[in-house]
Structure formats: C-alpha cells, structure tokens
Design a protein around this ligand. Structure first.
Ligand SMILES: [Zn+2]
Length: 1024
C-alpha cells in the first residue's frame, strides 16, 4: 500500500511526504525484490517498441520511478481500480466464444464490454494497464492477475482453433429468420410474438449527444404486462432513461423516467391512466429545457417542469434497447412501428401530426427513424439521413453449436466472423446487428494484441508472446486469404479491398493495429508480419495525402477522395494509424511513413488543438458528431459543449512522443507536456472510488462546461487505464550511443541507467511549483540535456553544485546540454519561473486561455446562458507586461496544494484538478478603448484586418474573413517587456503609424494615442 491509497491524505501531505521520500531516493532507495526480478527479466527481453532503433530511445517503464507528486497520486488512484477489479469478468465473453464454462455469479464488465461487437477491447486495455502497473513498482498482485488472464486466453485460443480439426464438430448457427407484420403505416415489427424478434439494439450515436429531444413511436401491446420497456437507454439499473407503456404503479399508467442514481432518484413523467392492450397507441416524450412532456395519441397527458437530466447525463450508454429493460423486466410483447428520435422537442401540433401519417409534418426523426418496412432480416433500417441502422436481436434459440474458425489462431470475445466480415465479399458496415454489422473489429484485435505484447515485453510472460504471434499469423491469413469459406468468395483480398475497408467510418477503425505487427516482425524475423502491418496503409485517401502534406481531414467532396470516406474524418479512427506508420518506418518501411506521420501531426497541432491539448469537436453547421476533426484552424468556433475525446489526446501525445525519437524536435515534447499535465492528468477524478475507472470521455472546453467521470467499458475508459499507469515513459530518454541523458519533463522521479551506472533523481514539486533539482548518483562523462520549455520566457538558469552553468541564454523551445565528467553527489538546480501567459484562439484572437507555465488555468464557475466570461486586462499592465502583477494575481494554494489565481473576483485553478465543477477553458477578451493604466486616450481599440478566420473549408454561420484580427493594444503589448518608458512610447507611435497606414486609425487618433501613452509614465512604471 502506498501513501496515496490511504484515505484522507491531502496533496499537501503528499508534497511533504515527497520531500522525505526524495531524501531516501537520493541515497539510492533499493527496489523491492519483485521489481528487481521484473527489471531483470524485462532487461533480458529484446526491446522492439517505440524508438527501439532510433538515435534517441526511451527507458523501459521499470527503469524510471515516479516519486510523490501529482502524477504519482493520479497513478495510484488508477492502480487501486486495477487491483479491485475482478479479472475473471474479462474472460467470460472469451470463454463463451471458446465454448468454455464460466463460474456462476459473475457479471460482464459492462459498457461496451457487454457482448456487443466491440467486446474484447477493454480486456486488452486491462492487460496493458496490468503490465504497466507491474513494471512500475513490481507489485505482485498485478503480475498474478496478468499471468492468470494470459493462461486463460491461451486456452481460449487453443480451444477455438481445435474446432477446425473436429469432424462434424461445431455447426454454423442458422441465420435467424425475422419477419415483419402489418404495422400502423406499412409494416411493423412484432417483438416476442413469433416473428423471431426479441428486442432491438440501437447505435450509440442515436442517443449519446442529445440534450433536448423527442422520442415517438407506435406500440400495439399484445398483453397487459407491466414494466416492459418500450425503450430503455442506459448503462445499468443506476444510469438509464426508459419509457414503459404500463408501469406497475397504481392504475398501470405509462411512465417516462431518467436517472443517474438508480430508481430512487428517477425524474419521472407519469401519465394519468393505463394504455390499453390490443390496439395501436401513439406514445411520445419530449424534453425542452427542463420541461418534459408525455403524449398519448397526440395529446399531452403529463409534464414535469423540473427535469435537470437529459440524455447526455447518461454518459456513454452501452445498452440502447427497444423492448428490453436494464432491470430484466419481461421483454416487450408488442408490435412497434415508426420509431422516431429527434434532437429537439417537437411542438404539440407536430406530435399530433405523427398520429395521422408516418412522418406527420416533421419529415421523420432527424437523428434516427425506424420504419420497419423491410420485408424481413435482422436489421431495422434507419430512414433518417444518418444511416443508424438498428440490429434486431433474435429470440434465443438455444442449443446452437459453436462456430468453426476460418483460419487458425483467432482469439477474441466476439466470433471470428464479426472481424472478417469487414472484408470482401460482405464489406460490413458499422452498426449494432450482431450478425451482419461490425464495430471497429481490428481496433479490438489491436487492443488484445497490444495487451499481450505488453505482458511479454514489460513482465516477461513468454506464453503471452506465443499467443500474440499466433494471433498475428491469423491476422495475416484474415487480411490476405480472407473469408474463404463464404459462398461468394472471390479470392484473396486486393489493395483496393483494403483501401475500401480502412476508409469506412468506424467499421474500418483499426486503432494502432499496424504498430504491433512490426514489433512481432522484430521479435520473430518473420517477414509476413511486416507485410501485415503494411496491409493497414490507408492508401486511397489519408496516407497519400499526408505524404504530400495535403490537409484532407475535413473536405467538401468526400467522393473525390475515397469510395467510403466521410466528409470529416473521425479523430480517433486515424491518429493511432500514424503511430503504426512510424513502427513500419523503424523496420525499414521507407521514408514515406515518417513523412506522413510528421505532416499529419502538423495538421492537428496547432491547427486543431484546444488549450488543454485536446482535439475534435463540432463547428457551426456541423453538429452531428463530436468525435470528428473540426475544420482546420477552427478553434474558437469549435468550442463545443462536449468534444475533445480523451482517447484522442492519448493518441496524439503518443504520436508526438514517437516523432521525437526520430526528429528530436523539442516542439513535440512541448505538446506532450501540455497534453499530460492538462487533459490527461485532468481526465482522472481525484476520488478513491474503485467501482469504475473514474476517467473522462469528452473534456469539453465550452464556457461553464463540466467533466463527468466513470467510463467502465468505453474506449476512453480503456485508454484511461493506460494513461495513468505510464506517466514515467517520457520523463527521460537516452541516446543510443550512451552519450546523453535527456531530461524532457519535470516530474518528481528517479531514472536508473544501469548500463552507465547512473541514477538521476529529480526533486521537485512541479507542476505545482516551478524549478527542479537533479541529484546525480554516478560518475563519468555524460551529456545531460535539459529541456527549456517553450513557455519558459521568464528565464531558465542552471546551477551545477551552486555554480552557474555555461548554458548561455537558454532559448525557450530548445534543449541545453550540460557536458561534464560527473561525480557522485553532483547537484543540478534548474530555475524556470512560471508566468501568466494569454493564449489566443487561432481563428478569434479575442477568445483566450490563461496559462500558468505549462498549466491551463480555467476560470471556475459557469457564466450561464452559454456565454463567455468577459475580461478587460490591459489597464492593469505595467511596462513589464506581467499579468501576474495586477491583472491575474496569485491567490495562494487550494487545500490540496494546487496554485490558485484570481481576476475580477473569479478564481482560476489548474485544469488537472479532477472534479465536476463547471469551469471555462476560454474567456472573451473585451478591450473597447485604448487605455494605458487609468489614462484613457478616448480612441477605440480597433482591430486589424488579419484575414481571420482562415478556415480551409467554409463554415456556415461564420462571417467572411477580415473582421477579427488583433487589436491595437494586442499588437503593442505583444512586444512587452519594455526596458524604458521611451521604448514603450516609441512602440505605441510605430504601431499607431501602422494602423493609420492600414486605414484603421486617423492621424488625429494616432496623436491622441501617443499623447496618452507619453503621459502614462507613472502609470506604467512597475513597482519595485
Ligand atoms: Zn474514447
């Protein structure tokens, strides 16, 4: 048990504990026995991962240890979750596919690890997290869990492959026959009444981003059963929203309810009287603001004006069902028809109109519309433009045999067919029909393979290596020979087939699958694996464009770029592809792979980066999916209420780290630090809860937005397990030739470079305070390269044993080199005072974030109404331009020890603080007049024409460029500090001259401005 596991230990205590711990560390704290064993084992394994053959290389996780501080605290909270989770739950779905029994009484992990088409992904993340957690400090509990899981997965893999050799063993399940019946308009779908249909699963996007909404449908109850659900969307019995036609309350009235705290905290709308069975009844629920209304047959029958929850409160609901209850109530025994979902509350007349025709006056549900007019089959087609087909789950037949694999070596929590149907001849698309759709099958394969590789490389589990090599052999067959047992099989996959697959929205999301095969090639020398990695090249659109540095993340004509690519690419579908391209490059794949990755990164950072490091969100005119890339340079107009998926920052930062190995461009580490200290650290709640991972999905940067934590079984819940168990991976790097130690990040930590007999310990409270001290335990020649962060504009000085080191004027955004023959006990002190910086959005310079050194400092609270906090700050500045002097001033520390600031009565605190308080990452700068201290020139603070915004694709609702450049005062103060008042006045005069020439100021206004500046000597003189 480590300090942070003890309840009630505050951050402040950690800092104190840290000092004690550091003193120990400085005298070479011995590693626990288990950690020594793990380090020794891991050292014997050839390292084939990121940067394995580059000039600058990583240390293995076990060679760097975090000491007490912010990141260790976040890590230990995640370790507590990993420890508490019953790993047997992860095996249940794998056992089902393998035909192996499960112990009674266990529950599936939940979320998307629930038997749906993404199942298995979370198990893979858990393997990686266990391996990382064990590599860190060698706690045996993580190794025990990991080894057990690997043994069981190996048995599942063997059992599945063995079915290929059993004569007559295993029967393909019959394709279910699901019929349609007469509906209210055209055909309808009979649930649980002989049609073969049991319930429906709807895709995630049909619900997860709704606030106001309407859900309307026809239902014809076959029996007067109570509590059966017309629909039930949610995660569990705790978090859900449902509609029942007959509740079990007195009189069996219809009821809508939504809750995030179980049945005891439901916000309900209950009708007055029971809905009859045996006839068509139209039911609708609307939510507008906080007002919910229930309609029966077109008439409003009940309202609840106090609704505070909406579908976004459900987080990421994994169970989006028609006809099935989270509670296991009886399945709906009824016929349904015309099921609409709208992203707004329909008016009473519109609801009424739905009772007289299929679409009424509405045009049909604009989020989804299931008409059930198909003749049969197990998909309910979406008649909205969104293609959100639902899957019809057949009535369980029982007794079906186990499927027989097409190729040996498959391992998964879903049938092999749910992976290979992505390819020809079926080219399955994303959806929730378990028999015909796919959901990122190669993404899931990647997670499982990555987990096994981590189990091998970080903890020395040899069986994991065997299993993953067999999986790789299966993957090669699946992506070359393909679906050879299918009746329409046409032969091996072609390049064109692969291009089509990888361009398909979500279905073709393969994560970083192409990163594992080059590693397996490096381990085995088997050329097939490098070939497999290249099969993932997305050559029809994105790969080629990135080689040529053409930014096609958002396009107006998707048809011109690929047969299936959408107009906006999905962030997390594509970012990890480029990490894989770098792995291929490292194994001799060719220069294009490096170039594509460098160029792609440049399209995201800074052109689509928010100040917390995240990316992805909506922009005006495009509001259908927050996981997509926003338009290039679209920051201020993409500050969506949600957006900036946490998986995306996991992958963009990973890409930055990988690029640094090849380029040593300090800008990549500047980005990495921003991502880790802001969005990633802020993605873990500061709670002791172990019931779920307590991590974020989206981290919205809209004014007054808040974060929510949880994410069992989601993508972000998976990358979240990894984020917080690998904080030490980029703190130090080493040169391949052993000549240099790179100190990239300032983090309390110890690196042990065994080959060089060097141990270096950083004593620091960074990022709560600036500055760090390095204690060197080792002797001999070595270059220590210290990163000078791009934000370090208030100086960067280095003392070695108390004497100023000859590093010159250290330039922000570089590394300085300390070249010397070190002696045991040498001490390096680095000073780099934080300052307040204002960062402006690229497209709207008046939309700004406050940074304190590397930290984003959001303004706590909700301005309300979706508006921004408006701040005027220039009148507080002195000649030195230091905002911290009077405009945004230090306000001590929080009880937890975090730096606080205040401005205009508002509090600012670091983004990394993990709670649910509303806050604003951006504020609006309002500086209407040219003022110098309290002296007002009387002249408006006009804006320059900077041709903004510079979006590459027109954005509806945004005026044409030319109205939104820097203001006069922006241009002047960007040149601070000023050594003398004279220098200040001449800058004002020169700038005013430029504005006169540009037609923005008159000569008379210029004179007034210069006169005001001249008279402001006392106003602008900094107090000593
Ligand atoms: Zn995610």
């Amino acid at each position: 048990m480590t300090a942070s596991d003890k309840p009630g230990v505050s951050r402040r205590t950690f800092v104190r504990a840290s000092a004690a711990g550091l003193a120990l560390a400085a005298t070479a704290r011995p590693l626990p026995a288990a950690a020594r064993a793990s380090t020794a084992r891991a050292a014997a394994i050839p390292y084939v991962g990121a940067g394995s053959n580059t000039a600058v290389r990583p240390f293995q996780l076990g060679e760097v240890r975090l000491n007490a501080g912010l990141l260790q605290e976040k890590r230990d909270r995640m370790k507590a979750f990993l420890r508490a989770f019953d790993e047997r739950r992860f095996l249940m779905l794998f056992n089902d596919q393998a035909g192996r029994p499960n112990p009674p009484g266990l529950q599936l992990p939940g979320g998307w690890e629930n038997g749906g088409l993404l199942s298995g992904h979370w198990a893979g993340h858990y393997l990686s997290a266990l391996a990382q957690a064990y590599a860190d400090q060698g706690e045996q509990v993580f190794k025990d869990k990991l080894d057990w899981m690997v043994d069981e997965l190996a048995a599942c893999q063997a059992a599945i492959t063995a079915r290929m050799d059993t004569p007559g063993g295993g029967n393909e399940p019959e394709e279910p026959v699901i019929g349609r019946v007469e509906g209210r308009f055209g055909r309808g779908l009979r649930l649980n009444g002989g049609s073969g249909a049991e319930h429906l699963r709807l895709p995630q996007e049909a619900v997860s981003q709704l606030t106001d909404f309407t859900i309307a449908t026809w239902v014809n109850l076959a029996t007067a059963q109570t509590w059966s659900r017309v629909f039930d969307f949610g995660q569990s019995t705790t978090v859900n929203m449902f509609l029942t036609a007959r509740s079990g309350a007195a009189g069996n009235p219809p009821r809508f309810a939504i809750t995030v705290g179980g049945s005891g905290q439901e916000q309900q709308i209950t009708g007055p009287s029971a809905v009859p069975a045996g006839e068509w009844v139209h039911l609708a629920v609307t939510l507008a603001g906080g007002v919910g209304t229930l309609y029966v047959n077109g008439s409003a029958v009940a309202t609840n004006p106090g609704m505070t929850l909406d579908p976004t409160s459900l987080g990421v609901p994994g169970n989006i069902w028609i006809g099935r209850s989270q509670y296991g109530d009886p399945l709906l025994d009824a016929t349904i028809d015309e099921f609409h979902i709208f992203d707004r509350a329909l008016g009473a007349a519109e609801v009424q109109s739905l009772t007289t025709s299929a679409a009424g006056s509405t045009g049909g549900g604009n989020i989804a519309w299931y008409r059930f007019d198909e003749e049969g089959g197990s998909s309910a087609l979406d008649s909205s433009p969104n293609g959100r087909d639902a899957g019809i789950v057949p009535v369980t037949q029982g007794g079906g045999g186990l499927w027989v694999p097409t190729h040996p070596g498959y391992l998964g929590a879903i049938p092999e067919d749910a992976v290979i149907r992505l390819g020809p001849p079926r080219f399955a698309v994303y959806g929730s029909n378990l028999d015909t759709n796919v959901w990122a099958p190669w993404y899931t394969q990647h997670k499982i393979m990555r987990g096994l590789l981590d189990a091998y490389s970080l903890t020395g589990n040899e069986r994991a290596r065997d299993v993953v090599v067999r999986m790789a052999e299966w993957a090669h067959l699946a992506l070359t020979v393909g679906d050879k047992n299918h009746p329409q099989y046409q032969g091996p996959l072609t390049r064109s087939d692969l291009n089509l697959m990888w361009d398909t929205y979500i279905a073709g999301e393969y994560g970083g699958a192409n990163e594992v095969f080059p590693e397996i090639y490096a381990l085995t020398g088997d050329e097939r694996h490098l070939e497999t990695a290249k099969l993932f090249d997305n050559r029809e659109s994105l790969f080629g464009a990135c080689v040529e540095n053409r930014d096609i993340l958002v396009v107006t004509d998707p048809a011109g770029l690929g047969r299936r690519r959408p107009a906006r690419l999905h962030v997390n579908q594509h970012v990890p592809n480029f990490v894989g391209y770098l792995r291929i490059f490292e194994q001799g794949g060719g220069q294009d792979y490096l170039r594509a990755a460098e160029n792609f990164f440049g399209m995201v950072v800074p052109h689509r980066m928010f100040s917390h490091g995240g990316t992805g969100g909506n922009y005006p005119g495009s509001n259908n999916n927050l996981e997509m890339f926003q338009n290039r340079d679209n920051i201020a107009n993409a500050l969506a209420q949600s957006g900036a998926e946490t998986c995306s920052v996991y992958n963009v930062s990973k890409l930055a780290r990988n690029l640094f190995f090849h380029t040593q461009d300090p800008a990549y580490v500047d980005y990495y630090e921003r991502a880790v200290l802001n969005q990633i650290a802020g993605s873990r709640a500061d709670t002791a809860t172990t019931g779920n991972p307590q991590v974020t999905y989206f981290q919205p940067v809209a004014p007054g937005a808040s974060r929510s934590y949880g994410n069992t079984g989601t993508c972000c819940g998976g990358t979240g397990l990894e984020n917080h168990t690998k904080y030490q991976d980029t703190v130090y790097f080493r040169s391949a030739d052993g000549s240099a130690l790179w100190v990239n990040l300032f983090v309390p930590s110890t690196v042990t470079w065994a080959k060089k007999s060097f141990t270096v310990t950083q004593e620091t409270s960074f990022p709560r305070e600036s500055g760090t001290k390095l204690r060197v335990d080792g002797s001999g020649r070595l270059d220590i390269k210290l990163r000078v962060p791009a934000w370090a504009r208030n100086g960067f000085t280095v003392l070695v044993n108390g004497t100023k080191a000859p590093v010159g004027a250290a330039k922000p955004g570089t590394y300085v080199t300390l070249r010397r023959t070190w002696r045991r006990g040498d001490v390096v002190e680095v000073s780099m005072p934080f300052g307040i910086r204002i960062e402006r959005a690229l497209d709207r310079p008046d939309t700004q974030s406050v940074m304190w050194g590397p930290l984003l400092m959001p303004i706590v609270g909700d301005p309300g109404g979706g508006g921004y906090r408006e701040l005027s700050l220039y009148r507080y500045l002195k000649r030195d331009g230091d905002y911290a002097r009077a405009a945004i001033t230090p306000a001590g520390t929080s009880p937890a020890g975090d730096p606080l600031f205040t401005t205009h009565g508002f509090t600012l605190r670091p983004w990394y603080v993990g709670d649910t308080q509303p806050h604003s990452a951006y504020f609006r700068r309002v500086e209407p007049r040219i003022v110098f201290g309290s002296i007002d020139s009387g002249v408006p603070n006009v804006k320059r024409d900077d041709g903004l915004p510079k979006y590459d694709v027109p954005v509806s609702g945004i005026p044409s460029p030319g109205t939104d450049g820097l203001t006069f005062l922006d241009v002047v103060w960007d040149q601070a500090p000023f050594a003398t008042h004279g220098a200040f006045v001449s800058t004002v005069a020169r700038t005013a001259g430029e504005f006169v020439r540009a037609g923005r100021l008159t000569e008379a206004q210029k004179d007034a401005v210069v006169a005001a500046a001249t008279s402001a000597r006392r106003e602008l003189t900094p107090e000593p």
